[in-house]
Design a protein around this ligand. Sequence first.
Ligand SMILES: Nc1nc2c(ncn2[C@@H]2O[C@H](COP(=O)(O)OP(=O)(O)OP(=O)(O)O)[C@@H](O)[C@H]2O)c(=O)[nH]1
Ligand SMILES: [Mg+2]
Length: 222
Amino acid sequence: MTIDIRELISVADVGEELELGPNGALVYCMEFLLKNIGWLEDKLDAFIDNDYVVFDLPGQIELYTHFPFMKDLLSYLHRWDFRVQALYLLDSQFMTDGAKFFGGCITALSAMIQLEIPHINVMSKMDLARGVDKRQLDEYMYPDIDNLIQELSLHTGPKYLRLNSAMGALLEEFSMVSFVPLDASDDDSIADLLLMVDLALQYEDEIDFTNEIPDAIDGEDD
Ligand SMILES: Nc1nc2c(ncn2[C@@H]2O[C@H](COP(=O)(O)OP(=O)(O)OP(=O)(O)O)[C@@H](O)[C@H]2O)c(=O)[nH]1
Ligand SMILES: [Mg+2]
């Protein structure tokens, strides 16, 4: 089952009618969704217990760092008893150099700190990195923070070494520099990520718990 927010409001319509640019229109749409949250609640009501609901959210980082929308949306989801897990998708193209990758990790961290929910970093579009050898990939999946800082400092110059080291320490403190690779064209890759999300959400426990309820009721009847 798919819910399309464009049934409620769309960036294209808002942009045209209110003559807003893409970012302004997106902000307006998020505000509109939150003001009309009953629309989403009704749509989500159609799901049943234990259903997985994936929210495909816009990539504009400002929505997570400068505005309260995502936190407000999360507080509704929590109120409606959803268990929520954030997946932060960074394109495999960010692995082209250490500085770009470092920037990607910092934005992932800022989103995580804002949202305050369990968080998994995913390196997406791994189909584009098929030619890259395993050792080189591992350097990005489980990077050594000192190497990253050194590589970043080659770009920024020695003047920023202390700043870079401080940012590196922050990433390390929040365990923000490991990634789960995702190749959407490979079923095993999707299954591996799904398993990780299941574990983080304790999804099996939820299923077991729900399955136990009829037994308990049966037991009472005996
Ligand atoms: N090779 C490859 N390309 C992809 C994949 N997923 C999406 N794309 C392409 O990447 C481009 C950007 O798409 P997405 O990364 O999904 O980004 P988006 O959803 O448009 O934008 P945001 O989510 O807001 O960042 C499009 O041209 C997609 O066709 C993938 O798994 N592999
Ligand atoms: Mg997208």
